[in-house]
Design a protein around this ligand. Structure first.
Ligand code: SAH
Ligand code: SF4
Length: 411
């Protein structure tokens, strides 16, 4: 059980022995049930002396009917409801900003702590698909990120902290709830069809909370999502990719961005620790050899198109070689600029010819549509402009300014 679900409702010894000091009592913190996975909630109920099937019932109320008040859980006895009300709560992170775009994109900014920069963002992008309307939610896993990829505004903020399970699942809960607020409880449905762990942060560096949250996404007592519709995106934390093979079956996306180690070391610094050969081998291990039902038939390769940096024809040729033994689908992402970014977006023609080279070599290669530009919800723009206050960001801005100065003086 993660630390977030440890019961803190017990009054301390000092408080019990000192009735004359009520003003010094700490407020009694309730246990937030929102983030608990089913095994965690079953244990919680058993520890309380209750039957463990209660966990499934409560989870359905929370994640399928979006109920936050125990009084509304009508198949649970009044006595248990009262008990739960005393020591538990169902609490999503605080929404400090929401914006619903004309194109259907929705964005929420959540406050997850006291500091000025303790904000994370969640974006929902709708799209028509053969199988009907898709609503894909892009979920954050950390406040900031330690990995400092050179084209990413989240990386420029530095790392602040991991999100806990309630804060991760809370993003999915809130997005679903936003469509159902005015619908009577028993008629409520789940609206989000797909999840991508592609918001702020490196999900594999917050492994346990992300794993438990993805289990809740797949759980029939909660969101019941198909494993092919939950995608984890990583910049390449190799040992954790291997750990995932043992722990969960979801779709995997790799932020590749460069087809050789020299360039990738520069763009995605974690490559120095886990170079391409190791990363590709881990992806091969992730691909399941058995069963058509698996979500592990291929990996998605993400490749941000940076003007003049990684978009040359020779880079496309290197990609073909690198990926020849890895079942993969390639997604080219037009770079989303942010203030002080040292890169520009590759031209449309450049992106299309890059795509053609890869398609001609037999790869499925798509170009990501940039959506939600009118509300700053595009990839890599998450909260960046709001919370860019760390020392690293300042140093980095100085570095870029100095580089620009040198270029200017060279004419
Ligand atoms: N840390 C994880 C997931 C979050 S980043 C990872 O790196 O995969 C989600 C995706 O957005 C990644 O593919 C990332 O490379 C991409 N991205 C980051 N900054 C971007 C930018 N400015 N423009 C376009 N894509 C960006
Ligand atoms: Fe972190 Fe992903 Fe951004 Fe790299 S691209 S800094 S891993 S969030």
């Amino acid at each position: 059980m993660s630390t977030e679900v440890v019961a803190t409702s017990v009054v301390s010894d000092a408080q019990q022995q000192s009735p004359s000091a009520p003003t010094q009592q700490k407020s009694v913190e309730k246990v937030n049930l929102l983030g608990m996975s089913r095994p965690q909630m079953e244990k919680f109920f058993e520890d309380m002396g209750e039957k463990k099937f209660r966990a499934g019932q409560v989870m359905k109320w929370i994640h399928q009917f979006f109920v936050t008040d125990f009084a509304e859980m009508t198949n649970i006895s009044g006595k248990l409801r009262e008990k739960l009300e005393k020591i538990c709560e169902i609490k999503a992170p605080e929404v400090v900003h929401k914006n619903y775009s004309k194109d259907g994109t929705r964005k929420w900014v959540f406050r997850v702590g006291d500091g000025e920069g303790s904000l994370v963002e969640t974006v929902l992008i709708p799209a028509e698909h053969r199988s009907g309307l898709r609503r894909t939610l892009c979920i954050s896993s950390q406040v900031g990120c330690a990995l400092d990829c050179s084209f990413c505004s989240t990386g420029k903020q530095g790392f602040q902290r991991d999100l806990n399970q309630a804060e991760i699942i809370g993003q999915l809960w809130m997005a679903n709830y936003s469509y159902m607020e005015d619908v009577p409880v028993l008629e409520r449905e789940r609206s989000v069809t797909n999840v991508v762990m592609m918001g702020m942060g490196e999900p594999l560096l917050n492994y346990d909370a992300v794993l438990n949250s993805m289990r809740t996404m797949l759980d029939d007592f909660a969101y019941g999502m198909s494993k092919r519709r939950v995608t984890l995106s990583t910049s390449g934390v190799v040992p954790k990719i291997d750990q995932m093979v043992k722990d969960i079956d979801v779709a995997l996306a790799i932020s590749l961005h460069a087809p050789n180690d020299e360039l990738r070391n520069e763009l995605v610094p974690i490559n120095k620790k886990y170079p391409l050969e190791q990363l590709i081998a881990a992806c091969q291990r992730y691909i399941a050899k058995d069963g058509n039902e698996s979500s592990r038939k291929h990996v998605t390769i993400e490749y941000v198109m940076l003007d003049g940096v990684n978009d040359h024809p020779e880079h496309a040729q290197q990609m073909i070689k690198l990926l020849k033994n890895l079942p993969s689908k390639i997604n080219l992402i037009p770079f989303n600029p942010f203030p002080h970014a040292p890169y520009g977006r590759s031209s449309r023609n450049r992106i299309i010819s890059f795509q053609k080279t890869l398609s001609d070599a037999g790869f499925v290669c798509t170009i990501r549509q940039t959506r939600g530009d009118d509300i700053d919800a595009a990839c890599g723009q998450l909260v960046g402009q709001v919370a860019d206050r760390t020392r690293r960001a300042e140093q980095w801005k100085k570095k870029v300014a100095a580089k620009n100065e040198i270029l200017r003086s060279q004419g």
